[in-house]
Design a protein around this ligand. Structure first.
Ligand code: P9H
Length: 256
């Protein structure tokens, strides 16, 4: 049984160690075998809460597959076969796990693919920034699903928060350190998620960056980052803004 997996094995004193290592490596390999398969995303064919996950995998250059829920039964099936820890999607199958909770999934992917800074201090900064971004993302995401009578008030609040709470922070951070990336000297999830919410905000108010010249150059720079540029190309797995007529179908998936 050829089990030599990594050079380490040769260093071990006794056959016992080797055997143990072998077993371990086989298990690891089987898991890795499982690991090598592409992540599979379980959600509906739209942005919703899965879009930040698609952005992070794309930015990391990781190919992924998607299973779209088209009807209520598709969600029920996932629930029945115990695939959803909290009976909710998004769910991502990767590395032998069925990950749920958007932020938990984003943390795992960002850590695995080195999008989380070089040390604990950078990680703390990144976490503060992306949690703020998730809060704005929630406002931008929900707007498309709101009933008409709630849109006007929600729109005013959403744009106010973008222009007067969140974007000023990221404009100042980039201006003060003058570096290409929000944190450190390499792309992190903070850059990916900031570009995502900038493009979402511009869909609702095209000149939302008018007062933010540094964010305008950031947007151009990160949009040209090879893996992100590819994701912004037509035909990628990036989902379009939800169309009003699609909303009932999505809501029926979860609430009928
Ligand atoms: N903390 C769809 C479009 C826009 C915004 C939200 C939902 C929450 C996480 C069934 N999942 C409408 O509300 C559908 C979550 C996950 C969790 C779900 C149920 C949602 C939506 C689908 N709802 O961050 O992952 O709310 O599975 O029984 O709760 S997404």
């Amino acid at each position: 049984m050829r089990i030599i997996f990594s050079s380490q094995a040769t260093k071990y004193a006794s056959r016992k160690d080797m055997k143990e290592t072998a077993c371990y490596t086989i298990l690891a390999n089987q898991a890795r075998g499982k690991m090598s398969s592409k992540p599979r995303l379980h959600y509906f064919d739209g942005r919703g809460r899965m879009e930040p996950i698609r952005w992070l995998l794309a930015a990391a250059g990781v190919e992924f597959e998607e299973s779209y829920m088209e009807k209520k039964e598709d969600l029920t099936k996932l629930r029945k076969d115990g695939s959803l820890l909290f009976q909710q999607v998004p769910m991502v199958e990767m590395d032998g796990m069925k990950l749920v909770q958007t932020r938990a999934i984003a943390n795992y992917i960002s850590t695995k693919y080195n999008l989380y800074g070089k040390d604990l201090k950078e990680r703390a900064l990144i976490d503060m920034y992306v949690e703020g971004m998730f809060d704005l993302n929630e406002l931008l995401l929900k707007h498309g699903y709101l009933p008409a009578d709630q849109k006007e008030q929600h729109f005013a609040n959403m744009i106010d928060k973008a222009e007067n709470r969140y974007f000023p922070v990221f404009e100042k951070v980039l201006k003060d350190h003058g570096r290409d990336f929000l944190v450190g000297n390499q792309l992190s999830r903070a850059d990916v998620q900031l570009l995502e919410i900038i493009l979402m905000a511009e869909e609702w108010k095209p000149d939302v960056l008018a007062k933010f010249p540094v964010l305008q150059s950031f947007k151009a720079r990160i949009s040209n980052y090879p893996t992100i540029k590819k994701f912004l190309q037509p035909g990628s797995q990036r989902k379009p803004l939800v169309r009003e007529e699609e909303v009932p179908k999505v809501m029926n998936l979860f609430y009928s």
